[in-house]
Design a protein around this ligand. Structure first.
Ligand SMILES: [Zn+2]
Length: 282
């Protein structure tokens, strides 16, 4: 079952237990567009079956929000024009060179080119792996791209992101819906979870210039404006408290500024900004 946001926007919710991100479907009068292609052949096939039940215009385009495996390994299943920004395209070229037989996967595991979870999903959910090769995207854009699906405008933009350097977001102006992929999350570097502090405010600015009221995130259900506003407020408060790699100093600074102790989310963000200070000072 796809969740219905409106008559023209649907999504398949994220499934954390098998690393499946949220997949989106936007329908115009003539064509439909999907957002992210799934983490495997199996994930993509399940999404396609659900779309077929809806009797919507054909899926002409598929946008990949960023080059993390769980968002694109299902792309070969879609009979659609694949769209990515130029940086995602460069990152996907590496994946197009990969082979997916067991001995290749063992090599990628050893050299850490693929995570253990990624390999597990590939082995379970991509049949005919020995001949599997990832397709190439067909439309590559630099900064922005606007599509008209038939009385349904979709604005794609590559933005600053704390999660990856190649983040694309998709805005649907007439519904005030913004598909964010994973862009607002942090990232893990050398086993440390960090939030890239210098990119936080530029990212928030890039996102807030859209007049969005509903937000779809890669590994969250849908968020409304109030939830996003809280998220930004906590992230900003945490970031403002962190000026060095000392967690104690950051918590003290937070208490002085806010006249209270940080809540669990804020503490999580403070630690991630401190980790960013540690990584940047190395
Ligand atoms: Zn990601």
């Amino acid at each position: 079952m796809l969740n219905k946001f409106s008559e023209t926007i649907f999504y398949m919710p994220n499934q954390d237990e098998n690393d499946r991100p949220t997949l989106g479907l936007v329908c115009g009068d003539q064509y439909s567009l999907i957002i992210d292609c799934g983490n495997s052949t199996q994930h993509a096939k399940e999404f396609i079956l659900e779309i077929e039940k809806l009797n919507v215009p054909p899926v002409k385009y598929a946008v990949i929000t960023h080059a993390h495996w769980d968002h694109f390994l299902g792309m070969n299943e879609f009979d659609a024009t694949i769209i990515v920004n130029s940086q995602t395209n460069e990152l996907l070229k590496t994946w197009q060179s990969y082979t997916f037989d067991d001995s290749s996967l063992q090599t990628y595991a050893r050299t850490k080119l693929m995570s253990a979870k990624c390999i597990e999903i590939i082995q379970e959910e991509i049949p005919n792996r020995d001949s599997f090769k990832l397709n190439s995207p067909q439309i590559i854009f630099e900064k922005t791209l606007t599509l008209d699906l038939g009385n349904k405008i979709c604005v794609l933009e590559k933005i600053n992101s704390t999660h990856s350097d190649d983040a694309t977001i998709i805005y649907i102006p007439d519904e005030k819906v913004l598909f964010l992929g994973d862009c607002v999350y942090g990232t893990t570097t050398n086993s440390l979870f960090q939030y890239k502090q210098p990119l936080l405010l530029p990212m928030i600015e890039d996102i807030q210039k859209y007049n969005a009221e509903a937000f779809l995130l890669g590994h969250e259900s849908i968020c409304d404006l109030e939830e996003m506003t809280t998220f930004w407020r906590e992230l900003k408060a945490a970031s403002e408290a962190v000026e060095s790699s000392s967690i104690e100093d950051a918590i003290e600074s937070f208490k002085l500024e806010n006249n209270r102790t940080p809540n669990d989310d804020e503490l999580f963000f403070i630690k991630a900004f401190v980790n960013n200070q540690i990584i940047r000072s190395q």
